[in-house]
Design a protein around this ligand. Structure first.
Ligand SMILES: *Cc1c(COP(=O)(O)O)cnc(C)c1O
Length: 365
């Protein structure tokens, strides 16, 4: 069976983790600082603050912006629950702007969703493809809103050569399946020194110096072991990304011409880092999406459905007083059509070949 993702941290991580274990310093220290420094290079920002997860990165970012009561955060309806959970955790109201063909927020729908209470725009760079950040940046500027990027799936991606995570507050996840992993972990990137300062306070119980508290905070810290696992991957990030992109190119080439099966598109000016390689199985395909998933599994190819429903389409959100659930036809369609194939760096050429063969078998005429 070819799995949908595979963890490969490399040998250097083993050496660094051992170094941490032998150092006697396990809680946040020099390794975390090293990881943060690497992240400023990745996102091209002045500051990076490591935290315990991607979800925490989103929550802390919203908290650092000191949103008052009744404030709205506009985000994508086609995302992982963490995006929405973070907004609710921070006490804000979640509003949605439907997606476009590329699975990210549609600027036209965003323009409609922004209202007088909108203080934050939270685009999601889904599957590793950045949202249309140049337009979103202009909307944010015109409306006095802050940008919090959900960059959990898109480490290393760029828009017009600008790294994502540098358009506002960038929230990265280092969860086990992400392009760079520390098991669990997250990072916030920013160019704003006040935000950086606030994030650091929030991360450590709101404490400036020993027992001098400035704000009510939390424990959002990352451990030294986590950082040691991540540092070598950040050094190899270009190679990790290139391997994913090469696998994606092979898949797209091998799957061309299949009726009703659409390969991912990369809009001009944006780089896709292929956290997922996601097909759309449209009405013209020989078999339906869910049938295809079963047949592919039978042929030894694991596939994923990210995500089977619009993010708020569950009772706990539908009935939530701070969720504004509108009609999201494009996201609903995507939820019925998407099918992700293995694209991780450790795939061999023959694994990719087998995957192509299986998909062609399932959808071939
Ligand atoms: C993984 C992910 C998160 C949350 O990250 P964790 O590290 O799992 O907390 C948030 N948003 C998106 C889009 C993700 O894929």
């Amino acid at each position: 069976m070819i799995p949908i993702s595979k963890v490969d941290v490399g040998e250097e991580a083993e050496r660094l983790v051992l170094e941490v274990l032998r150092s006697g310093r396990l809680a946040q220290g020099p390794m975390v600082e090293r990881l943060e420094h690497s992240f400023t290079k990745v996102a091209g920002t002045e500051f990076a603050v490591a935290v315990s997860s991607g979800t925490v990165a989103l929550v802390a970012s919203l908290q650092a912006l000191e949103l008052g009561p009744g404030v709205e955060v506009v985000t994508s309806p086609f995302t992982f629950a963490a995006t929405l959970n973070a907004i609710l955790e921070a006490g804000a109201t979640a509003k949605f702007a439907d997606i476009g063909e590329d699975f990210t927020i549609d600027p036209e729908r965003l323009a409609e969703a922004i209202g007088p209470r909108t203080r934050v725009i939270m685009p999601v760079h889904l599957y590793g493809l950045p949202a249309d950040m140049e337009v979103i940046e202009r909307f944010a500027m015109d409306n006095g809103a802050s940008i919090v990027e959900d960059a959990a799936q898109a480490i290393g991606a760029q828009v017009e050569r600008r790294p994502i995570g540098s358009f506002g507050l960038g929230c990265f996840s280092l969860y086990a399946t992400k392009n760079v992993t520390t098991g669990e972990g997250g990072v916030v990137t920013t160019n704003d020194s006040m935000i950086d300062d606030r994030l650091r306070l929030l991360r450590g119980q709101g404490m400036r110096d020993r027992y001098r508290y400035e704000i009510p905070g939390h424990n959002y810290r990352m451990t030294e072991v986590q950082a040691a696992i991540g540092i070598p991957q950040l050094e190899r990030l270009e190679e990790i990304t290139r391997r994913r992109q090469e696998n994606a190119d092979l898949l797209t080439e091998g799957l061309s011409g299949l009726e009703g099966v659409l390969s991912p598109v990369v809009p001009r000016g944006r780089t896709h880092v292929f956290h997922q390689y996601t097909l759309r199985i449209t009405a013209g395909a020989r078999v339906g999406r869910d049938q295809a998933v079963r047949e592919l599994r039978g042929l030894g190819i694991a596939c994923g459905i990210y995500y089977p429903r619009v993010v708020f389409d569950y009772d706990c959100y539908r009935t939530h007083p701070r969720v504004i659930a509108g009609s999201m036809p494009k996201a609903e369609l995507a939820a019925r059509q998407v099918l992700s194939l293995p694209v991780y760096p450790a795939l061999s050429e023959s694994d990719v070949g087998r995957t192509i063969e299986a998909v062609r078998l399932v959808f071939g005429a």
